[in-house]
Design a protein around this ligand. Structure first.
Ligand code: HEM
Length: 189
């Protein structure tokens, strides 16, 4: 959530567009948002995808040990017992799949179906395979609901004396360099 808000905040247009989408989907602000109402919102999902792409919680994911018979991977034979790792961050910053890879651009997820399908194959914040994150569906629900509620009710201000260094640092999970993110939420309704 921290990374999602901190990624959007420098782009007021992004927050405005998201807020407009949420307000159109759930016009009555006194009604709590249900997951069914926001699950398919294109821009909300685009923002979450883009935030998870650039700030995956686990930037390199978990390693694996090759079974004793070895395995062929991408044309290479990897001997049994070798520890291997498919880095989440490296895949998600591949410029061949994500042009201008280090830029936060939710709009890239609104491209044509085939481009988005290619990007989705390289978006693996929960890893893939039999040991992928067991909580991914719940996590996506929580993110959609929390971000939608936050953005529809609040604007986010950071007074200069509360600025923190948000450079991501890999401390097994991605954390801001200063280990914290301080925002002042202002109710807007
Ligand atoms: C944005 C939120 C989350 C992200 C990005 C995330 C990411 C990950 C990643 C990368 C792994 C390692 C998968 C692998 O080794 O292939 C993992 C494993 C796991 N996650 Fe999550 N996770 C999130 C939320 C959750 C939640 C909400 C739960 C539980 C309710 C959860 C439960 C687990 C469990 C139990 C594993 C171990 C699975 C296994 O080893 O079989 N995660 N998660």
């Amino acid at each position: 959530m921290t990374w999602c808000v901190s990624s959007m905040r420098p782009f007021p247009g992004c927050l405005d567009r998201l807020r407009a989408e949420i307000n159109a989907a759930v016009p009555d602000r006194s009604t709590p948002i249900t997951h069914a109402a926001v699950r398919e919102l294109p821009y909300l999902n685009a923002v979450i995808n883009e935030s998870q792409r650039l700030r995956p919680i686990s930037p390199h994911g978990m390693s694996r040990i090759v079974p004793k018979e070895g395995v062929m991977l991408g044309g290479y034979f990897i001997p049994g017992g070798t520890t291997i790792l498919a880095s989440i961050k490296t895949l998600q910053e591949d410029k061949n799949v994500f042009p201008d890879p280090m830029a936060f651009k939710p709009e890239r997820w609104l491209a044509d179906e085939s481009t988005v399908a290619t990007m989705k194959r390289s978006l693996i914040p929960f890893q893939i395979g039999p040991r992928a994150c067991i909580g991914r569906v719940l996590a996506m629900m929580e993110m959609r609901l929390t971000i939608a509620e936050l953005v529809r009710h609040f604007a986010f201000e950071i007074p200069p004396h509360l600025q923190t260094d948000m450079t991501p640092v890999n401390r097994f999970i991605y954390r801001p360099k200063d280990n914290k993110y301080v925002v002042l939420p202002h109710r807007i309704d």
